[in-house]
Design a protein around this ligand. Structure first.
Ligand code: DTR
Ligand code: ZN
Ligand code: ZN
Ligand code: CA
Length: 444
């Protein structure tokens, strides 16, 4: 057995040194903080900058998907489901709990994607969303790749920061918005009243990178509205109240059942006035987005400054409205020894020894897995706790012929003692193709 050496991270001291804490939670030492699992989380931190390059990389992928699927990402077309699969894969790898919700509209199957970030008070769930579908005439990069990509990258930033907000975070990508808010209506209508009451707010982002941009804030819930206004005021960017939005996008589905809503918008087919051009730059007398619902709504149909500012505003609202806190990076226990997985054979295991911790494992234990294999559908993967309790991470799925299993799973291991020998158990249950455990790790 390869003894795992915990890579403890000197966390609180680093954060304090970085001046990220004001006021910092006084701790005797970083080691004490790391050892004392009950240490109060650090105070709320400012949201991170959302890298524009990352957001645009998602747009490049959505453009490629449209190009490969008849030029659009519309409801009922292959390009939409491919877009959803792309977003889902990113979220699964980042430790989100994802759900795909199916519905039927205009004789075609539609899909919503819901992603929950483990932790936080589920009785106070903050939700952010964007419609992922385009119209049939184009790739829908501004409408609404821009909102979808900004929400995705903010969710990934939550994972990178290991954010542990007071509120539970949920993200949604809606199908068939262009057919009349169909996906978001389906989601809300199928949400039991008890679950609806747990939603403290819904933030909507539909067209936030228009090429001739305005900076509009929805005038719905005053707290949400003020949060966005404060952010733009901090940038020295004037905003206007969104006046054409009521009923025009997915926030209406939530507002109609009494959930507080808000959001951002950079404009569609209306023209920018001279006064607005004076305030925001751009071209007066021209539409905010001349390619609205047109084939030219492609990768070039984006204003980078608007997309960057609005993506950062999304993160600001998530961190602020969820009372987000960031805890020191976790303790990592890893085993990087290769273990061969026999083709269609017996299960094999790789062990990680955990010691020196107090109490039980966390409710959101992160299990990072890297298995090399030429047909991952052959594989069944379990986490086995020191007492022998098995937690299924991955089932076999014969048709999944893709290579490798590289993912981070979140396991509620709060019933398990933290210390002891944890095992990753892998079995290849189908003939042909084989592989090996490359490495795996536990992050507490
Ligand atoms: N209906 C949206 C575009 C849209 C038009 N006005 C607003 C106001 C607020 C958000 C979005 C919109 C679409 O075509 O997807
Ligand atoms: Zn549209
Ligand atoms: Zn839209
Ligand atoms: Ca096999």
């Amino acid at each position: 057995m390869t003894l795992s050496v915990p890579r403890r991270t000197v966390a609180a001291a680093a954060l304090a040194l970085a001046g990220l804490l004001a006021p910092a939670v006084p701790v005797a030492s970083a080691a004490a903080a790391a050892a004392d699992q009950s240490a109060a989380p650090v105070t709320a931190l400012a949201a991170p900058d959302i890298p524009l390059a990352n957001v645009k990389a998602h747009l490049t992928e959505l453009q490629s998907i449209a190009t490969a699927n008849g030029g659009n990402r519309a409801h009922g077309r292959a390009g939409y489901k491919a877009s959803l699969d792309y977003v889902k894969a990113k979220l699964d790898a980042a430790g989100f709990t994802t759900t795909v919700q199916q519905f039927t509209s205009s004789g075609a199957t539609g899909y919503n994607l819901i992603a929950d970030w483990p932790g936080g008070d589920v009785n106070q769930t903050l939700m952010a969303g964007a419609h992922l579908d385009s119209v049939t005439s184009g790739a829908g990069i501004n409408d609404n790749g821009s909102g979808s990509a900004a929400v995705l990258e903010t969710a990934l930033a939550v994972s990178r920061a290991r954010l542990q907000p007071a509120k539970h975070l949920r993200f949604g990508w809606w199908g068939a918005e262009e057919l009349g808010l169909v996906g978001s209506k389906y989601y809300v209508n199928n949400l039991p009243a008890t679950e609806r009451s747990k939603l403290s707010g819904y933030l909507n982002f539909d067209m936030i990178g228009s090429p001739n941009p305005g900076y509009f804030v929805y005038d719905d819930d005053p707290t949400i509205e003020q949060t966005f206004k404060d952010y733009f005021a901090g940038l020295g960017v004037a905003t206007e109240i969104e006046t054409e939005g009521d009923g025009r996008s997915d926030h209406a589905s939530f507002k109609n059942v009494g959930i507080p809503v808000g959001g951002l918008f950079t404009g569609a087919s209306r023209t920018k006035s001279a006064a607005q051009a004076q305030k925001w730059g751009g071209t007066s007398g021209q539409a905010f987005d001349r390619c609205y619902h047109s084939s030219c709504d492609s990768s070039t149909n984006i204003n980078d400054t608007a997309l960057d500012r609005n993506s950062d505003a999304v993160a600001h609202a998530i961190w602020t409205l969820s009372a987000g806190t960031t805890v020191p990076p976790g303790d990592v226990y890893e085993n990087a020894a290769d273990v061969a997985v026999p083709d269609n054979g017996a299960a094999v295991t790789s062990t990680v020894g955990v010691s020196g911790r107090t109490g039980n494992a966390p409710a959101a234990l992160q299990v990072g897995v890297d298995i090399k294999h030429t047909w991952r559908g052959d594989l069944v993967v379990d986490l086995v706790a020191p007492d022998g309790t098995a937690y299924r991470l991955k089932n076999s799925s014969g048709s999944d012929s893709a290579d490798n299993v590289v993912a981070t799973y979140t396991v509620n291991a709060s019933a398990e003692a933290a210390n002891g020998d944890w095992k990753l158990r892998v079995q290849d249950v189908a003939r042909y193709d084989t592989g090996y455990i490359d490495s795996w790790k536990l992050t507490f």
